[in-house]
Design a protein. Structure first.
Length: 441
């Protein structure tokens, strides 16, 4: 007879089969409805808010205890595109098991985390019938598109509250230790463009006319030096400085230059020439400035000897909590102007604020304690990740500490071909969630 875990693995199979790519606005309503039906079957009080293009699913499970605390569980059902399809070893929209591994787009980011948490809740209710804690799921469908309209949705549901928010996902590191994360950086993405004249010119003019391409390259070079240091004075002046506990936690992360270069396929010269401790500080507590892409001139086969009259670059800045997108863009504008690049045009494309939890909060310490009892090796406690997510949106609307952990492994390949999880990690996550629910008795 199928077990509860089997039931929700079948749900995971059905979810993976739906290409719910928010960037393409594909199959989002039907994915939300499938999840909603599963929550209703589990006994939840379910709301599907379809005001915007990606419906928000809210599912509430109530404890009979009058003073029960509330766990908020945040997940998302949208995924990244699966391309390039030729690099997948199997159909990305078909859940495939190979030994202890499950493969498919979204199996780790984030559908597998959702079904593991539903499994834990279903198993707990099957064993104990009633909950010692209220549990509210919010499942959005636009996380991979900067959580567009999540803040609008949350503003429509001001009754939502929590004592602790469990974040969408998380991985084990290369040593097999569960990472428990309390924050993330924000982001602002933007384009910088240059135009010289009205048309491309013959490249023989290059000796006396500055192309849009060289103009943009020169402008970008005034923003950062060759060591990676951002060249704008007071760029991170408003950034939230880490406290001593946060510094100590980051310094304990098992991470070193040699392992990093090997795992990322780099050579030593491609990594900033800093000590391991300095590398960690820069990665977790400092902003970044990155060129995502660059477009100018002829890119087709063969040669076209032109002097391009247009050039554009896509950039992003990862924001430390305390930094705001508008101030950052104003600083970049000022730097370009002072360097003589008043003609370059800046256009913002999207933004999110950063957030960090207090990792000494009693509810986060409860998660850490339960993880130490479940996992064979001690977890790694991280006050922030280097990446970005909508934690600030959720915390602003529901002011509870946020902690992230999940079913992934160090090679889960989120956003890449052959995304995967291990069943053993999946099952450990179920046990941790059940233990966390029980700890509120």
């Amino acid at each position: 007879m199928p077990t509860i875990q089997d039931k929700y693995l079948h749900l995971l199979k059905d979810l993976v089969a739906i290409p719910s790519v928010s960037a393409q606005r594909r199959h989002l309503p039907e994915t939300a409805q499938l999840i909603a039906r599963a929550f209703i079957e589990l006994g939840g009080q379910v709301t599907v808010d379809n005001t915007y293009f990606a419906p928000l699913v809210i599912a509430q499970f109530h404890s009979p205890k009058p003073d029960a605390k509330t766990l908020l569980i945040y997940n998302h059902y949208d995924v990244q595109p699966a391309e390039p399809l030729e690099l997948w070893e199997s159909d990305p929209w078909q859940l495939r098991q190979a030994g202890d591994f499950l493969f498919g787009r979204g199996v780790n980011d984030d559908k597998g985390n959702l079904t593991a948490r539903m499994t834990a809740l279903a198993q707990y209710l099957n064993e104990f019938d009633v909950l010692p804690v209220n549990i509210t799921f919010i499942v959005e469908g636009a996380e991979e598109s900067a959580s567009l309209h999540l803040d609008d949705y949350l503003a429509k549901h001001p009754d939502l509250q929590a004592d602790l928010t469990i974040w969408e996902s998380g991985n084990k590191n290369s040593q097999g230790q569960l990472e428990i994360i309390g924050g993330n950086k924000g982001i602002v993405t933007f384009n910088i463009s240059s135009q010289i004249g009205q048309d491309d010119l013959h490249s023989s003019w290059a000796g006396i006319i500055n192309s849009a391409t060289w103009r943009l390259v020169a402008g970008l070079n005034c923003l950062r030096d060759q060591t990676g240091q951002i060249q704008m004075p007071n760029f991170n002046q408003t950034a939230q400085k880490p406290n001593q506990r946060e510094l100590d936690l980051v310094n304990q992360i098992p991470f070193n230059r040699q392992e990093l270069t090997q795992s990322l396929g780099l050579d030593a010269g491609q990594l900033a020439q800093l000590s391991d401790q300095e590398l960690k500080y820069r990665l977790y507590f400092e902003p970044t400035l990155n060129i995502e892409g660059f477009a100018s001139g002829y890119q087709g086969p063969g040669v076209k000897t032109i002097l391009p009259h247009q050039a554009s670059a896509k950039l992003d800045v990862r924001l430390v909590p305390g930094m705001t997108p508008q101030v950052v863009l104003d600083q970049i504008r000022t730097q370009l102007n002072q360097a003589g690049f008043t003609d370059l045009i800046i256009e913002e494309t999207l933004s999110q604020l950063g957030y960090r939890s207090d990792m000494s909060n009693e509810n986060i310490l409860k998660v850490i304690d339960q993880a130490q009892n479940i996992y064979p090796t001690p977890p790694v406690i991280m006050p922030t990740s280097a990446g970005t997510g909508p934690m600030a949106y959720v915390h602003d609307a529901i002011p509870a500490p946020i902690v992230g952990f999940g079913v992934g492994n160090s090679q889960s390949r989120d956003h890449a071909p052959n995304e995967n999880i291990r069943l053993t990690d999946y099952q450990e996550h179920i046990q941790l969630m059940k233990a966390l629910i029980a700890s509120y008795q």
